[in-house]
Design a protein around this ligand. Structure first.
Ligand code: HEC
Length: 155
């Protein structure tokens, strides 16, 4: 019996080690290139910092990876959020979005943070500093509204 338990344990360890050779592609493209939100939009430094700290890991072409993100299967779990997050909204592609899409994203951004839907709860467990205070939510929403209005008036 003891021997079986030991054998199962060895198999699990071996499986875990083998799993480490399988890793998803890392999201490490350049950000802040000419289509990035920060280049295209009118946005001040403090809102920039908030979006960078709380959203850019999943909604841009460049993720800041913590050490545990290199451990499989955690890496796959994180990658899924990045792929799905970028599919919904990619700040690195802001300049490619049509004006209507930008305005609609600005609206969704304020809704998502006001409802507490974003940043994702699972992300906040290990990224406490990404959590948004009421004051910061208001700051982002005010910016989103101003930027939306600016786009509406733009030729
Ligand atoms: C841990 C990854 C992660 C972080 C961090 C994150 N998001 Fe998301 N976001 C996602 C994923 C995954 C989806 C798509 C699935 C869904 O809607 O839950 C999404 C969807 C969205 C959507 C579109 C759909 C909706 O729910 O309205 C908006 C807008 C959005 N996120 C804004 C933000 C903003 C703004 C921040 C920063 C304050 C942020 N997200 C931070 C992963 C993330």
């Amino acid at each position: 019996m003891k021997k079986t338990i030991r054998l199962v344990f060895y198999f699990l360890v071996l499986g875990f080690i083998i799993l480490q050779f399988f890793q998803p592609d890392k999201n490490l493209g350049d950000t802040n290139l000419h289509d990035d939100l920060f280049q295209v939009a009118t946005i001040d430094g403090s809102v920039k910092t908030l979006l960078e700290n709380s959203c850019y890991d999943c909604h841009s072409n460049h993720t800041k990876y913590p050490w545990y993100s290199y451990i499989s299967p955690v890496s796959f779990f994180l990658n899924k959020h990045i792929v799905e997050g970028k599919a919904e909204l990619n700040f690195s592609d802001w300049g490619i979005y049509s004006k209507i899409d930008r305005i609609s994203h600005l609206d969704d951004i304020c809704d998502a943070i006001s409802d507490g839907k974003m940043p994702l709860g699972s992300y906040l467990i290990l990224h406490k500093d990404a959590s948004l205070s009421e004051e910061n939510i208001k700051k982002i929403c005010d910016w989103a509204e101003t930027e939306g209005m600016r786009l509406l008036k733009e030729e």
